[in-house]
Design a protein around this ligand. Structure first.
Ligand code: S3P
Length: 171
């Protein structure tokens, strides 16, 4: 049993495929708090998939809604909040997350991320002719930005979802 009591929401950030949603769910269960997912809230509010939102309204529209959703979710009761991989990139979002919550970077290397996203077709940013090259570019551009998270936990292929949740609690 853990003895951690959340005073602020824990906000999971990091690349697509890092495990934010899966680990967030396990973490919330262990801490006995609500689990929230910004992508899921967005999909529910728009009644469309992320890919459809990107396609019909563009990434700019998605990012604006994402900021609104994160801001709203951070004002609720202490919870675990998983964000989309791009959520931590804007300075506005980073400030929101780091002041109202505690950011936790799930840090995974490129081979692990690729192994997890390569067979998925749900991520609009990877719908390119060369998704590995795209993922690599995104990874390189974002790594220094994720480093602004307040905590970081290394994800490895041999760590289970449960292990990862325990590691976050121990950090
Ligand atoms: C994005 C990641 C996705 C989703 C959208 C954009 C990104 O979330 O928000 O496709 O910019 O990295 P996941 O990190 O949960 O895949």
């Amino acid at each position: 049993p853990n003895t951690l009591t959340l005073t602020r929401p824990l906000v999971l950030v990091g690349m697509m495929g890092a495990g934010k949603t899966a680990i967030g769910g396990a973490l919330a269960r262990k801490l006995g708090v609500q689990f929230l997912d910004s992508d899921e809230e967005l999909v529910r509010a728009a009644d469309r998939s992320i890919a459809e939102i990107f396609e019909r309204d563009g990434e700019g529209f998605f990012r604006a809604r994402e900021t609104e959703v994160i801001s709203r979710l951070l004002d609720g009761v202490p919870a675990v909040l998983s964000t989309g991989g791009g959520a931590f990139l804007s300075e506005v979002n980073r400030k929101l997350i780091n002041t109202k919550g505690i950011s936790v970077w799930l840090q995974a290397d490129l081979p692990l991320l690729w192994s997890r996203v390569r067979h998925k077709t749900t991520r609009p940013l990877l719908r390119t002719d060369d998704p590995l090259a795209t993922l690599t570019e995104i990874f390189n551009a974002r790594t220094p930005i994720y480093a602004h998270a307040q905590l970081s936990v290394e994800a490895r292929p041999e760590y289970s979802i449960d292990d990862m949740a325990d590691k976050v609690i121990q950090t």
